[in-house]
Design a protein around this ligand. Structure first.
Ligand code: SAH
Ligand code: SF4
Length: 357
């Protein structure tokens, strides 16, 4: 298996460049080409220094090194122009989703961290697929670079925000995700500010504690969806491994250690977790935490019978949390016509294949 240039941090790249007998400055040139210019093929850069070009041509040619420049296997712009969804094909033919959301000057990319997911949340299209494998740092970075190229192709400056809310559980693939983030935030490259990046977890307690201990400067989002052990375990099997009580203790410790707010996500499912009683229970559970609550109406998936809450139930829910003193937002439903929910594009494509077969 060749090594990927996109797996490397700047320092790692420089070590390899120096070990190859090239000048250290060539590391800066290659980094600029891959991560600042976001060029898919560095050899296409005309002013590449000849020694660097010779070396790259050699190592890419003999298969000792590779680039993560995944081809697009499906490109689905939404009719409202606000969501653009891609399926990218990895070297082993695994397909992962990357989504760009937003409007002029304010684009957010939604990034995947695994092919499939082991956590098995019942309402989630990725969970319904099961776990396939972790993504390498380069495969995560490549999605951001693809999104960057796509935004720039529209004549805009580039991406502003990133959310790790695509396929997979980021904190189940901790090391690769954190290395990818080091690469993405490097000011000589993509230069996306840590405060513009959100990492969403289903509640992998050791990962939350590690982010706090390492003082990782990203926004942390925690997918809550239920406020009692019993109700949460029904929606999120991983609650058995990391029960709500442990998760809440980890969140409190994260708040205290980092001084950072936590963004709790609550997917509103009609009759399941959207009654006023549920809203009051959240307020009780999160009492004293520095918390923001994001309410997201369920996107329907084939493997789950639940439906989204009515607008009136969502509004009432929202009001109770606001009255309890929590900053709270209802996320707009965007790009539903391109199946913008987590893992849904891939699921839809598979379904179409089945129908045509
Ligand atoms: N594994 C991480 C990040 C990816 S999922 C996590 O679970 O947090 C990103 C968000 O999408 C989570 O809050 C998840 O609960 C939510 N989600 C998954 N499937 C959904 C669906 N069908 N409708 C609405 N939200 C969904
Ligand atoms: Fe995995 Fe997140 Fe989907 Fe749950 S919601 S199955 S943790 S991707």
């Amino acid at each position: 298996m060749p090594q990927s240039f996109h797996d490397l941090t700047f320092d790692q790249l420089r070590e390899h460049i120096v070990a190859a007998g090239l000048r250290p400055a060539h590391a800066g040139t290659l980094w600029n080409t891959l991560h600042f210019r976001a060029m898919q093929d560095p050899l296409a850069r005309e002013d590449l220094p000849p020694p660097l070009r010779r070396w790259l041509t050699q190592v890419l040619g003999d298969g000792s090194w590779m680039l993560d420049a995944p081809p697009v296997s499906l490109d689905t712009p939404s009719s409202d122009g606000l969501t653009h969804k891609f399926l990218l094909r990895m070297a082993d033919a695994q397909e992962i989703e990357t989504v760009i959301m937003g409007y002029t000057g304010r684009h957010t990319a939604c990034i995947s961290t695994q092919a499939g997911c082991a956590m098995g949340c019942v309402f989630c299209a990725t969970g319904q697929m099961g776990f396939v494998r972790h993504l390498r740092p380069g495969e995560i970075v490549a999605q951001v670079l693809h999104a960057q190229r796509s935004v720039r192709a529209k004549g805009e400056k580039g991406l502003r925000n990133l959310v790790f809310m695509g396929m997979g559980e980021p904190l189940h693939n901790y090391d690769s995700v954190m290395t990818a983030l080091d690469i993405i935030c490097d000011t000589r490259g993509l230069n996306i500010g840590p405060s513009k990046i959100s990492v969403s977890t289903v509640g992998v307690v050791p990962g939350i504690l590690r982010m706090a201990a390492e003082n990782r400067p990203y926004n942390l989002a925690v997918s809550l969806h239920a406020a009692t052990e019993e109700e949460r375990a029904k929606l999120i099997p991983a609650n058995q491994r990391w029960p709500l009580t442990e998760l809440m203790a980890a969140c409190r410790s994260y708040n205290a250690q980092t001084g950072r707010r936590i963004f709790f996500a609550w997917t509103l499912i009609e009759g399941v977790n959207d009654t006023p009683e549920h809203a009051r229970r959240i307020a009780e559970l999160l009492q004293g935490l520095d918390a923001h609550i994001n309410l997201i109406p369920l996107n329907r998936t084939d493997g789950y019978t639940g439906t989204e809450s009515s607008d009136s139930a969502a509004d009432a829910f929202h009001r109770i949390l606001q009255d309890a003193g929590f900053p709270c937002t209802i996320r707009q439903r965007r790009g539903i016509d391109v199946a913008a929910g987590c893992g849904q594009l891939k699921a839809a494509k598979r379904e179409r294949r089945k129908t045509t077969a």
